[in-house]
Design a protein around this ligand. Structure first.
Ligand SMILES: Cc1ncc(COP(=O)(O)O)c(C=O)c1O
Length: 376
């Protein structure tokens, strides 16, 4: 039996998310209730009550796919597959895109599945890491590093922008270069856009990769930007019919079709997506200001590389082990920080998440804890 590496990030949240009151590290944005969502989208509870709970169309509701496609120039409803969950898209891609001797290049650090699933399929030695490079106050990407990793066996490049955890967004020029490299070498590009549209003021937005190259397989969904992770709604954009058929075949083994209530609510949410996104950005920007002030008060303990987009940042802490600090903090102060080790970073980094309303209160508790340590 070929086993798979532990999904450390999800083990971590399974252990702490529902019993630690003050959380500083969530990647999703503040959510809404079903009632609030229906009100925003002008849909009545009776309409929801009338929904049939039969099986749904396996590729996803055609009306919803049409609405989604309208947001991506050149993409047609038939290019979109609605998934059972966003994370399922990573599993399906790893299964459908790769043969045993293929090589994969993954941007790291990364959400574990973006590394582990591909390693599971082709073997750990065939997955190469294209690593972010830290500067004094930000992260940088070197496209020459990517070019050097390509061999005749390379089949796939895996990226995620806006990036979890660094909050990096490439410039339009960098994205063009990335697309050129992929097309020049006839590679596929698995492009995770779960944080699409979460762009902070002062950052130049970039187009969806689905509109830049047909070699991209784009993953998107409602969990992060729109604050609706409980809907479990995600989709893949695949503009190659043969590949899409292959992905659909794998999906029959994992979820068959999307859950009917989720599709109904996702259709309502998509109608008010700008409102949901703007609400998330406003919360992130407010929390980033609190973070700026906090880090200015603790210059010796942290290196703050401010994110440009997305809902997270990767912050260096000058302690021997973030994992140990996280355990003590959760136990003694009820404050949750997320060790970067679960995301392929090291034990001197933590991921922070800025999308939740409770962030400032959690930051205050964290600071009180730090002050107590100095007093001891
Ligand atoms: C980059 C990235 N891709 C995919 C996912 C999976 O999304 P979901 O948890 O909604 O399935 C996450 C969740 O944290 C993520 O950060």
């Amino acid at each position: 039996m070929m086993n798979i590496a532990p999904f450390e990030t999800e083990h971590f949240y399974a252990r702490y998310e529902f019993n630690t009151p003050y959380q500083l590290c969530n990647s999703d944005c503040e959510t809404v209730s079903v009632g609030e969502l229906l009100d925003m989208a002008d849909v009545s509870l009776e309409q929801l009550a009338g929904l049939s709970l039969g099986y749904t169309e396996s590729q996803g509701n055609p009306h919803l796919r049409g609405q989604l496609a309208e947001a991506y120039p050149q993409v047609r409803a038939e290019d979109i597959m609605i998934l059972g969950t966003p994370v399922e898209g990573i599993y399906l891609a790893a299964r459908a895109l790769l043969e045993p001797n293929d090589e994969v290049i993954v941007l790291t650090p990364a959400y574990d599945a973006l590394i582990n699933m591909f390693e599971h399929v082709v073997g750990t030695d065939r997955v190469k890491r294209w690593a972010f490079v830290p500067t004094a106050d930000s992260w940088t990407l070197n496209l020459d590093d990517l070019r050097r990793l390509i061999t005749p066996q390379t089949k796939l490049v895996v990226v995620n922008f806006p990036h979890n955890p660094t909050g990096y967004l490439p410039t339009p020029g960098q994205l063009e270069d990335l697309v050129e490299i992929v097309e020049q070498h006839n590679l596929r590009l698995f492009y995770d856009e779960m944080y699409f549209g979460l762009v902070h003021s002062g950052t130049q937005p970039v187009a969806s990769a689905a509109t830049l190259t047909k070699r991209a397989i784009v993953l998107s969904g409602l969990s992060k930007t729109y604050g609706l992770p409980g809907l479990r709604t995600g989709w893949l954009i695949v503009q190659d019919a043969e590949l899409r058929d292959n992905l659909m075949n794998w999906k029959f083994y994992t979820s068959i079709c999307p859950p009917a209530p989720s599709e109904f609510l996702a259709t309502a949410a998509w109608r008010v997506r700008d409102q949901l996104r703007d609400r998330s950005i406003a919360q992130i920007e407010q929390n980033l200001k609190a973070a700026d002030d906090f880090f200015a008060r603790w210059p010796d303990l942290f290196t703050w590389r401010r994110p440009q987009a997305g809902s997270t940042a990767l912050v260096e802490i000058h302690v021997p082990s973030v994992t140990e600090l996280a355990e003590t903090l959760a136990k003694d102060a009820g404050v949750l920080i997320h060790p970067g080790t679960t995301l392929g970073s090291d034990d001197r980094h933590m991921r922070m998440g800025f999308g939740r309303r409770g962030f400032s209160a959690a930051l205050e508790k964290f600071e009180q804890y730090l002050k107590r340590q100095i007093d001891i």
